[in-house]
Design a protein around this ligand. Structure first.
Ligand code: ZN
Ligand code: ZN
Length: 141
């Protein structure tokens, strides 16, 4: 096992999630391999490596991960739900050309404090929409 896998295992242990091969593979996929995948992407990629994996297993596993705060669902109107392996609060940039969802490293004092004008923040949805720098470069816009 490489160090990534060791990290995944210790994360699961820390959150009291029973270790199974499939759970380790699913969390590794979301955290290390694909950024913000949809349910279909997770299934289609993992079933190639683990032919016995079922959609139900993935569905149930994601449910556990979300409950334990290991994965955050990102819902964007008009798009399939994405699963985010970066479970700390952060802003996103959505590219209307290539459809990528990119993590942004924006400092936000409200998120750091968990409070805005005396209101306690429990969930956060923040994104910008536009054309990402790779698409801008490719299309020379
Ligand atoms: Zn793009
Ligand atoms: Zn993200």
């Amino acid at each position: 096992m490489n160090t990534n896998m060791e990290k995944i295992k210790s994360l699961l242990k820390k959150k009291d999630v029973k270790l199974t091969y499939q759970r380790i593979k699913i969390l590794d996929y979301i955290k290390n391999r694909k950024k913000h995948p949809t349910f279909e992407m997770i299934y289609n990629d993992l079933v190639k490596e683990i032919p016995t994996i079922s959609k139900t297993t993935i569905y149930n596993t994601l449910h556990v991960f979300i409950e334990k705060g290991l994965v955050t669902p990102v819902s964007i109107p008009g798009k399939d739900v994405r699963f985010d392996g970066n479970s700390s609060w952060h802003h996103h940039f959505i590219c209307e050309r290539c459809g990528r969802i990119i993590d942004l490293d924006i400092r936000c004092e409200y998120l750091e404090k968990g409070e805005v004008e005396g209101h306690r923040i429990k969930e956060f949805y923040g994104y910008f929409k536009g054309i990402c720098r790779d698409c801008l470069e490719r299309e020379k816009i």
